[in-house]
Design a protein around this ligand. Structure first.
Ligand SMILES: [Fe+2]
Ligand SMILES: [Fe+2]
Length: 242
C-alpha cells in the first residue's frame, strides 16, 4: 500500500492506495486518514479485502486506541464492507455515516462501534481542535452520500466524485487534465444518476476554497485542476440523461 502525505501542519492528511497485492478484479480505491495529536479518522476505509493492509498501514501513524473515528461517505462495499472487522479491531470508535443507511450498514457488523447518523443536511466531525465539515452529496452517486471538507487544509474528500478507472500504479495526482478526461467520463455518466443533484453539488462546492480534491478512485486534483474538474463535470450529462 502506497502512502502519500497530502497535508502536513499541526495534523496530517494521508492517502493510501495503489495496493500492489490487490486482486486484479477488485476496483482500486483510495483511503484517507486525518491524524491529529490524539485522534485518527479513517475516511472510506475500504472493503474486506483491504482491511489487513489498511490496519497495518494506519498503525504506522496511530496506535489502535487512537483510531477513534471512521467516516463512510455511502454504503458501497468498496467504501465500507470492512466495517465488521474495524468493529472488532477498534475498542471505542464512532462511525459517522448517512442516517438513511444505518439499517443497511449494520448488516456489515456494528456491535461495538457507535453509529453516529449524519442527517441529510450534513454536520461536523471534531478531532481534537480540528473541525471537519460534512458536505451533502446526495445522489452522487448514492441516495444518502456525504463528502468531507477541511477548511484549514483546503481538502475536499469527494468520495466517488472525481473518480477515474486507471491501470495499477497510476500516479497520485492528475498531471494533464485533458488526458485524464477519458478515464473519468464513463464512470460519471454511468454511476451518477442525476444532473440536478450534480448542479446542486457544484453550486455548493464552488463556494469552498479547495486546494486538493481527493476522490476515492484514481488520481487527486490539485490547484487549477480542481476548477477544471468542476467545469468539466458541470457540462457532462449524467445518469438517465445519457
Ligand atoms: Fe460508490
Ligand atoms: Fe467507489
Amino acid at each position: 500500500m502506497k502512502m502519500t502525505k497530502i497535508y502536513e501542519g499541526s495534523y496530517q492528511w494521508i492517502m493510501y492506495g495503489r495496493d500492489e497485492n490487490k486482486p486484479n478484479n477488485i476496483i482500486d480505491t483510495n483511503q484517507y486518514i486525518v491524524r491529529t495529536a490524539n485522534r485518527c479518522l479513517l475516511l472510506d476505509p475500504g472493503g474486506i479485502e483491504l482491511f489487513a493492509p489498511m490496519l497495518a498501514a494506519v498503525l504506522h501513524h496511530a496506535p489502535v486506541e487512537e483510531i477513534t473515528d471512521v467516516f463512510a461517505s455511502h454504503q458501497d462495499p468498496d467504501i465500507i464492507s470492512s466495517l465488521g472487522l474495524w468493529d472488532q479491531a477498534l475498542p471505542n470508535a464512532k462511525l459517522h455515516a448517512p442516517a438513511i443507511w444505518e439499517g443497511f450498514l449494520r448488516h456489515f457488523g456494528c456491535e461495538n462501534i457507535e453509529y453516529v447518523a449524519i442527517p441529510d443536511n450534513g454536520g461536523v466531525i471534531r478531532l481534537d481542535n480540528l473541525e471537519l465539515k460534512i458536505i451533502p452529496a446526495h445522489y452522487l452517486h448514492s441516495s444518502g452520500n456525504f463528502h468531507v471538507y477541511d477548511p484549514n487544509a483546503k481538502i475536499l474528500m469527494s468520495g466517488d466524485v472525481g473518480a477515474a478507472l486507471e491501470p495499477p500504479g497510476a500516479p497520485m495526482f492528475v498531471e494533464n487534465f485533458e488526458a485524464h478526461i477519458e478515464k473519468m467520463r464513463y464512470f460519471h455518466q454511468r454511476w451518477m444518476p442525476s444532473n440536478q443533484a450534480k448542479r446542486n453539488w457544484i453550486e455548493r462546492v464552488r463556494e469552498l476554497d479547495i486546494d486538493i480534491l481527493a476522490p476515492q478512485h484514481g488520481r487527486m486534483f490539485k490547484g487549477d485542476n480542481v476548477r477544471k474538474f468542476l467545469d468539466w463535470f458541470e457540462s457532462l450529462q449524467v445518469g438517465i440523461a445519457v
